[in-house]
Ligand binder design. Structure first.
Ligand code: R5P
Length: 291
């Protein structure tokens, strides 16, 4: 199996290749033509090879690079192409909110799978997105990676900032054998939320090491408000952990100011990247391509 790391996921791709027993790893050559168009080149022929391309699609340019890489790898003779998209951009528009809109998640699934034989991604915004792929598609979870990290750190209580994250925090609680609860969240606009303790089921946090668990941190609004609420309830220390750390603008600094630690996985490069999903991706790849 060969692993190719796109520019958005080079470090994670190398970790995946190590997890696959030091599978050959390559970084493609990428440049821009004078008119701004992208040029990509993968080294050598790949006749009959199983090739894994790892590329998060955080930006439109990342997405274009992925599509060009898939074509280049197919052209080089690969027998099977496994496309790993650790952070799958455009996944939030997963249904029609107003007439005339696209279902962006579906549109992206269709295009990303065009030259792929299988697609692997991590913690999609909504589980239904996987159903838009017509080729074999798999979703790894960022929770085991964060659990491996938290096992080394003091953790008393796990908190989801909203009810939508209950399955996630429940899974983490099973892995770490720690109590959990979910806050009530009301979104005011894309940057502001209101949070409150649940009417029942809240675990006391006074003096405790509390870890907030979320799938994605974007503007940081959710984690900042959740940390303030937990602090007002007397939490001893607060950490924030997420799979995808987008940290727009000054989100990371704002979160650092109200928490003790910030952790994310390596689906996106960021200053909180402390846990790797490489073992979880490699496990799926090994099941797809038994040696
Ligand atoms: C919400 O459904 C998600 O799980 C996150 O809580 C949310 O997307 C985080 O966004 P932000 O950092 O902008 O509050």
């Amino acid at each position: 199996m060969h692993v190719i790391g796109g520019t958005a996921s080079t470090a994670l791709a190398e970790r995946v290749s190590r997890e696959l027993g030091n599978a050959p790893f390559a970084i493609p050559f990428i440049k821009r033509f004078p008119d701004g168009e992208m040029y990509v080149r993968v080294g050598g022929r790949m006749e009959g090879d199983e090739v894994v391309i790892v590329q998060s699609t955080r930006t439109d340019s990342d997405l274009l690079e992925l599509l060009l890489l898939e074509d280049a790898v197919r052209e080089a003779g690969a027998r099977r192409i496994m496309v790993v998209v650790p952070y799958f951009g455009y996944a939030r528009q997963d249904r029609l909110f107003f007439p005339g809109e696209p279902v962006s998640a579906r549109a992206l699934c269709r295009h990303v799978e065009l030259d792929a034989d299988a697609v692997i991604t991590v913690d999609l915004h909504s589980a239904q997105t996987l159903a838009h792929f017509t080729k074999p598609a798999f979703e790894a979870s960022g929770i085991p990676a964060i659990a491996r990290l938290l096992r080394e750190r003091p953790t008393d209580v796990l908190v989801s900032p909203d009810r939508g994250g209950i399955e996630r925090v429940r899974r983490m609680s099973q892995l770490l054998d720690k109590p959990w609860f979910a806050l009530e969240k009301r979104r005011i606009d894309s940057e502001h939320v209101e949070l409150s303790l649940p009417a029942s089921d809240a675990v006391p946090v006074r003096g405790k090491q509390v870890v907030l668990v979320d799938d994605v941190i974007t503007t940081g609004g959710t984690i900042v408000e959740a940390s303030k609420l937990l602090k007002s309830e007397g939490a001893g220390a607060i950490s924030a952990a997420c799979t995808h750390g987008l940290f727009l603008r000054d989100a990371f600094e704002r979160i650092k100011a109200v928490t003790d630690e910030v952790y994310s996985t390596d689906t996106l490069g960021n200053p909180a990247e402390k846990a790797s999903v490489a073992p979880d991706i490699a496990a799926i790849l090994r099941r797809q391509v038994p040696s």
